[in-house]
Design a protein around this ligand. Structure first.
Ligand SMILES: [Mg+2]
Length: 209
């Protein structure tokens, strides 16, 4: 896959925009962006086991995920989290608590790597959001619409069957599965590539992007 060394501003443009006498709207063409989609728990941060991260103090970034994030941005890709947090609907944490965790995560990433996620999509389990529930592709569809992303030229990194299946349903071009060996995950949906550690994930992404 060719490497792009474009800044974010260069990636989205329209053909013929320099034509001052006016170009018909139909001749404009958006250049779609590529994106690395990240599952959150188990990929971005240490998996909380069978439960949820409901306290800021329990959210711990994986060493290496910042390298993947920075690699994505350096090569002109977006980096977006797609996460299931039913703990909101279960009232184990409220939206403000969840936002606090994500704000803190973004600040830590900026401090340590000079990069942060471009967007975070969360399925909360609240009524009316069912189409965002993994493995349904709603979160990815929304992200692609919001950020002009080409799913076929994008990548998803996840650790569960539902992550890989969601990517497949959304037409994501490539998937990487991190084997977490927690013993409570099913492993029936085959990803394009399997890695055994965050370190291997970093190497795989550097080779792919
Ligand atoms: Mg996970």
């Amino acid at each position: 896959m060719a490497r792009a060394k474009l800044s974010s501003n260069e990636l989205t443009s329209s053909v013929g925009r320099a034509n001052a006498v006016g170009v018909p709207q139909s001749s404009k063409q958006t250049i779609l962006r590529r994106c690395v989609f990240f599952d959150r728990d188990g990929i971005v941060n240490r998996a909380p086991g069978p439960g949820y991260v409901t306290e800021l103090a329990d959210f711990s970034l994986h060493d290496g995920v910042g390298e993947v994030l920075k690699t994505a941005h350096d090569r002109g890709w977006l980096a977006i989290i797609v996460s299931s947090q039913r703990c909101v609907a279960k009232e184990l944490i409220d939206l403000a608590g969840l936002e606090l965790i994500h704000r803190s995560m973004q600040m830590e990433l900026m401090d340590r790597y000079g990069s942060k996620f471009d967007a975070i999509y969360v399925y909360t389990g609240q009524p009316g959001t069912e189409h965002w529930e993994k493995p349904r592709p709603g979160m990815i569809h929304q992200a692609c619409k919001d950020h002009a992303i080409d799913p076929g030229n994008s990548l998803l990194i996840g650790d569960q069957d539902r992550d890989i299946e969601m990517a497949n349903r959304a037409g994501i071009g490539r998937t990487i599965r991190l084997l977490t060996n927690t013993g409570n995950e099913e492993n029936n949906v085959v990803a394009n590539q399997t890695v055994q550690s965050i370190g291997e994930m970093v190497v795989a992404v550097r080779e792919l992007l």
